[in-house]
Design a protein around this ligand. Structure first.
Ligand SMILES: [Zn+2]
Length: 171
């Protein structure tokens, strides 16, 4: 994602996290924000080049209140992606169908076109998501794992702690 600060590590390495809350920055937070890494990054979805593999479990240091906020944000983002995607995709599909272009096409093409329109429906949301990245997200990419942060300073801290396992960074 262009706007988040990404640090890609060797997937076999156990990541070392800064001992500060990923959301509010308080030191020695008492909790952990747990989630499973995604397998498909938004950039990969757009280029249709995702890979299969394990989805490592992530445990990011965070304080109790922030853990709940992060969990809610993650859930809401997941749900909205699908709702917006299906709604916009469905609307485009309905429009194309109403205009009479779709029914006149061969069956195989119709199916691909429908899938394409659904995916197209996600694009506005993906752009919005890129401009407002979540505080922390993790994507398994083949043998590497990409850690994406909204804060560049946190990403730099993370990078320093995991120096020997860093494959690439993009700020
Ligand atoms: Zn916090």
């Amino acid at each position: 994602m262009p706007v988040s600060s990404d640090v890609t590590l060797n997937g076999e390495a156990e990541p070392r996290w800064p001992d500060v809350c990923v959301l509010c920055g308080i030191e020695h937070p008492d909790g952990r924000f747990e989630f499973r890494a995604s397998r498909v990054g938004f950039d990969q979805l757009l280029t249709l080049s995702w890979s299969v593999g394990a989805r490592p479990k992530v445990q990011v240091p965070a304080c109790g209140v922030c853990t709940r906020a992060l969990r809610l944000d993650r859930r809401l983002r997941g749900v909205t992606t699908w709702i917006v995607g299906l709604a916009v995709g469905g609307a485009v599909l309905w429009l194309v169908d109403t205009l009479g272009w779709l029914p006149s096409q061969p069956r195989a093409l119709r199916r691909w076109a429908a899938a394409g329109f659904m995916l197209l429906g996600l694009v506005p949301f993906l752009v919005w998501e890129m401009l407002r990245p979540p505080k922390v997200d993790v994507t398994a990419k083949g043998k590497n794992v990409s850690y994406e942060f909204a804060d560049r300073s946190y990403a730099e801290m993370f990078r320093e702690l995991n120096d020997e396992n860093v494959r690439s960074t993009s700020y």
